[in-house]
Design a binder for this molecule. Structure first.
Ligand code: SF4
Length: 101
């Protein structure tokens, strides 16, 4: 069973309050938009955990480095947070959409 399948079956999702990289207050204000993932390339060591957890958004190139395609939609947002937390080198960040006036 892959990490992705295990997380989905366990229901072990990361709440905004448990994710120290996304403040709950800011998270409430961004549900209207779409989040994106950003890779810190010098920090990324091609472990591939992110693609296992979030295959809807992340695939791997031939060397195992992530290819992020598109925005993180609401239906995979919790898995994106789990991918960020699971990255062993803290190379993955979830970027919140800009606030609307
Ligand atoms: S889990 Fe982290 S280190 Fe591994 S490929 Fe993804 S971003 Fe890079």
């Amino acid at each position: 069973m892959s990490i992705h399948e295990a997380l989905r079956k366990s229901g072990d999702q990361v709440s905004p309050a448990r994710d120290d990289r996304v403040s709950p207050a800011r998270d409430d204000s961004v549900r209207k938009g779409e989040h994106t993932l950003r890779v810190d390339w010098p920090a990324c060591k091609a472990h591939g955990v992110c693609a296992e957890i979030l295959p809807e958004v992340v695939s791997l190139d031939q060397w195992g480095f992530p290819i992020v395609s598109g925005a993180v939609t609401d239906d995979v947002l919790e898995m994106a947070r789990a991918a960020v937390k699971a990255c062993p080198t803290l190379a993955l960040r979830l970027i919140q959409p800009p606030r609307r006036p």
